[in-house]
Design a protein around this ligand. Structure first.
Ligand SMILES: [Fe+2]
Length: 366
């Protein structure tokens, strides 16, 4: 049943009534039941927040322990729930063991750097802007040729490509642009002839040793493997006259987790009444994490590449007032960012609490 009361607009996100702002109050991200609220002031202009619910901006580069000599010790979790664990890693040296995650799938996003990843299915050369999707149980070893910073999205559920619906199978990216490994024997020398595999299960590490290379696959076939997708091969959809919801930019999905990629694209230039920046929205069913990779982050001030913002359920969010002003004369956005939405509430780790900007919660009212 649809109702309408008071001052509204006919087309959501277009011709917002003079003196009001629009807030989307919606279920299921942006695809379920929804109402649009027309308010006199933005819903973020709070003057005090007491209690622990607040938006956060995290300076991930400052995470304690980031970039330790060992890959597993040097990857630092910053947000987690039972479906997803988000970590940052800085890998400088080649790993001297293989690693297998039995707790979940891993999606590695290469924020900076390049090198080689050896996997059960074969090796791949990775570079900045790559997503490397490693199904649960895959063994891998990182061999960076340049210091590599990774955003690691660990999901209990299987990572798949979202249904494109009416857009068809080739929208956003053609399946043909996904690279998969070709099996190849490794020529690496290992210390004392022992090949070590570290397996993570329930966050505890077990080391299994072989007298031969356990990555000895000479061929494989099937539809479960490692994927490599570079963000330059993603072609975002846009609309000249209507601000699309962020779910239009979904790249991967896992149970109760959505991974989306925001990429350079034209703004809404075809109708002066159309909103150009994200509309205010209430997180009713998802927590939202945005990792800023590169470019110009037009909806946020004071955000640098390598930072994360975290907007938990219960508080609405939206663009900064200065961003709305700045967008008026812009025709494009050059932002490159990764969004992770989770249905269940995320908790900040102790390490994350230490790198959270103390006054981010009040940055809209300044
Ligand atoms: Fe959002």
């Amino acid at each position: 049943m649809y109702f309408k009361r008071g001052i509204t607009t006919r087309q959501a996100h277009v011709d917002i009534p003079e003196g009001t702002v629009e807030e989307e109050f919606a279920r299921e991200g942006f695809s379920g039941r929804a109402s649009h609220l027309y308010r006199k002031e933005a819903p973020l202009l709070w003057s005090e927040i007491e209690g622990d619910l607040r938006p956060h901006a995290l300076e991930l580069e400052e995470l304690p322990g980031l970039g330790g000599a060992d890959y597993l010790e040097g990857r630092v979790p910053f947000l987690r729930n039972s479906d997803a664990k988000l970590s940052m890693a800085r890998v400088v040296r080649p790993m001297d063991y293989d690693f297998r995650n039995a707790d979940g799938d891993e999606t590695l996003f290469v924020h900076t750097g390049q090198g080689r990843i050896e996997t059960t299915f074969g090796p791949l050369e990775y570079e900045t802007g790559d997503y490397l999707v490693l199904p649960r149980g895959t063994s891998y070893r990182l061999d960076p040729s340049e210091p590599t910073e990774l955003l690691i999205i660990e999901t209990a559920g299987e990572v798949t490509i979202p249904d494109r619906g009416l857009l068809g199978h080739h929208a956003l990216f053609d399946p043909d642009v996904i690279e998969v490994p070709h099996p190849q024997a490794r020529e690496r020398e290992v210390e004392d002839g022992k090949w070590r595999l570290k397996i993570k299960r329930q966050d505890r590490i077990t080391t299994v040793t072989y007298d031969h290379d356990p990555m000895n696959v000479v061929g494989w076939k099937g539809d479960l493997t490692v994927w490599q997708l570079n963000i330059r091969d993603i072609r975002p959809i846009s609309c000249d006259r209507y601000h699309l919801p962020p779910t239009a930019h979904a790249t991967f999905v896992a149970r109760d987790v959505v991974i989306a990629t925001f990429l350079p694209r034209p703004l809404e230039n075809g109708d002066p009444g159309a909103l150009k920046v994200p509309f205010y929205h209430a997180n009713t069913d998802y927590d939202e994490v945005l990792f800023y990779h590169d470019g110009d982050f037009f909806s946020r001030e004071g955000i640098e590449p390598g930072m994360v913002t975290f907007h938990p359920q219960g508080l609405p969010h939206g663009p900064h007032p200065k961003a709305i002003e700045a967008a008026k004369n812009k025709t494009r956005t050059e932002e490159k960012a990764v969004m992770i939405d989770t249905r269940r509430p995320l908790e900040l780790t102790e390490a994350a609490k230490g790198v959270s900007q103390p006054d981010y919660w009040s940055s809209w009212s300044r």
